[in-house]
Ligand binder design. Structure first.
Ligand code: ADP
Ligand code: MG
Length: 432
């Protein structure tokens, strides 16, 4: 082992793609070290160079400049101690599950008998016991990805690289596979010494990793390292967990003001309660998607109103909402989509809802409303009761509109439900 304890070290790695006019710097001057025993997550918007970095690390690609050291020695060619698991797997359709895992061992010249026993063992560990003789077409997406994991782990890599391995799976399969990976990793049942996982999913990173490496793009670079000092198994509802999640969001959003100044205080508390801007969520996502398509993700606010053909009052409300949620930065008459906004506009509907939920939970009005609901016996409240309480802070008509908007946002985020006929507000199960 290298004396400094690093399994992997990247020094001043840059990657330029294309040539001449088309030249484009995908990654600039990235330094990164991974210790023996460490599980790190790479997080950042699409195009920030996560996949490129993983290919460079495993030696599938040689960077334009910089050095890759593995156990202190310069890496030459493909790293035989590392394996990558991709988002989707190319399994051989004509081979059984068992044979698909064996193939990887054959390629590494493992003798036939050992091949079978090792492949069986791995399939058992990822929960595919009983499916050895099935063909890929008979398996669900989640099971296929498990075969992928088994195949990657069969070769007993010291360094396991995961490139958004859960993003193409349904929620349940992703959850169970994450659980199995953690189990293998934390119990030391695999010889793997370090894991590096690229992901879009902030909560997934905080759930699994010991360290989060936050990247930004144009050019791709590391903007922060954040240690996750939480013991496994981690509880997503635990406030330390949520604190770390919030910090990652803050970095991605480039937030600089303290929360109480940025967000105001809760109704009934001293200080100003910042009102929710009354906007339609589709219009908001439309604005963010638009910003995602333009150069530098930046637009002049004045020009934007005519560009998008909406009136300026409405545009200002949309911008205020986007800023309140931390998706954009506004300065000198310009609006810029930040990395969190990019992540949101490029995410699936499901992930968008999760991001949105995390963002609105920090708003004092929502904190207050959720507390109110939680402390009411049946986790439900009548509309009138909430409106009256909001009347402490807003005049009657505004209190109504605040509540309407809060319900609209809470429904989209799937943390609140509202029954129009009985006029009763509920906490969604899991929305507490
Ligand atoms: P991520 O995985 O974070 O989405 P990638 O590493 O895939 O990022 O890509 C980083 C940037 O480099 C993107 O702008 C992408 O279009 C570009 N890129 C990636 N691979 C190539 C390639 N082989 N040739 C040219 N450009 C590439
Ligand atoms: Mg990628």
């Amino acid at each position: 082992m290298a004396t400094d304890g690093y399994l992997l070290e990247l020094r001043h790695i840059s990657q330029v793609y294309g040539s001449g006019e088309q030249k484009f710097t995908a990654i600039r001057d990235v330094d990164l070290a991974l210790k023996d025993g460490e599980f790190a997550a790479l997080i950042g918007p699409t195009g920030c160079g996560k996949s490129t970095l993983l290919r460079i690390i495993t030696g599938l690609q040689t960077p334009t400049s910089g050095q890759v050291l593995y156990r202190g020695k310069p890496l030459v060619g493909v790293n035989p101690h590392a394996t990558i698991v991709f988002q989707t797997f190319a399994l051989f359709p004509w081979l059984t599950v068992l044979e698909n895992v064996e193939v990887a061992l054959k390629a590494r010249s493992v003798p036939p008998k050992l091949r079978v026993s090792r492949a069986l063992d791995l399939l058992d560990r990822v929960g595919l016991d009983g499916f050895e003789t099935a063909y890929p077409r008979e398996l669900s997406g989640g099971m296929l990805q498990k075969v992928g994991f088994a195949r990657a782990m069969a070769v007993e890599p010291e360094l396991l690289c995961l490139d958004e391995p859960f993003s193409s799976l349904d929620v349940l399969s992703a959850e169970s596979l994450k659980g199995e990976l953690l189990e293998l990793w934390t119990t030391g049942h695999i010889p793997t010494r370090a894991i590096l996982m690229a992901t879009h999913n902030i909560e997934e990173a905080v759930f699994l990793a010991d360290r989060i490496i936050v990247m930004d793009k144009d050019p791709g670079r590391v903007i922060m390292n954040l240690k996750v000092d939480l013991a496994h198994p981690r509880n997503r509802k635990d406030h330390h967990f949520l604190e770390v999640v919030d910090r990652v969001y803050m970095v991605l959003a480039g937030q600089t003001l303290p929360e109480h100044l940025e967000l105001g205080t809760a109704p009934g508390e001293p200080g100003r309660t910042r009102a929710l801007p009354h906007i339609n969520i589709d219009d908001l996502t439309g604005l963010l998607e638009y910003l995602d398509t333009i150069p530098n993700h930046r637009a002049d606010i004045y020009a934007l109103a005519s560009e998008l053909q909406i009136n300026s009052d409405e545009l200002l409300r949309l911008i205020e909402a986007a800023e309140l949620l931390g998706f954009v930065n506004v300065a000198h008459g310009d609006i810029t989509l930040n990395p969190l906004g990019e992540t949101f506009s490029e995410a699936s509907i499901r992930s968008r809802k999760e991001i949105f939920a995390t963002r609105i939970r920090r708003l004092p009005i929502f904190k207050w409303l959720l507390n109110l609901l939680r402390s009411s016996g049946r986790k439900q409240l009548e509309w009138d009761v909430v409106q009256t309480a909001l009347g402490l802070e807003f005049h009657e008509e505004e209190a109504q509109r605040q509540l309407d908007t809060a319900i609209d946002w809470g429904r989209y985020a799937e943390i609140l439900a509202y029954d129009d006929s009985s006029e009763i507000l509920y906490l969604e199960p899991g929305g507490n």
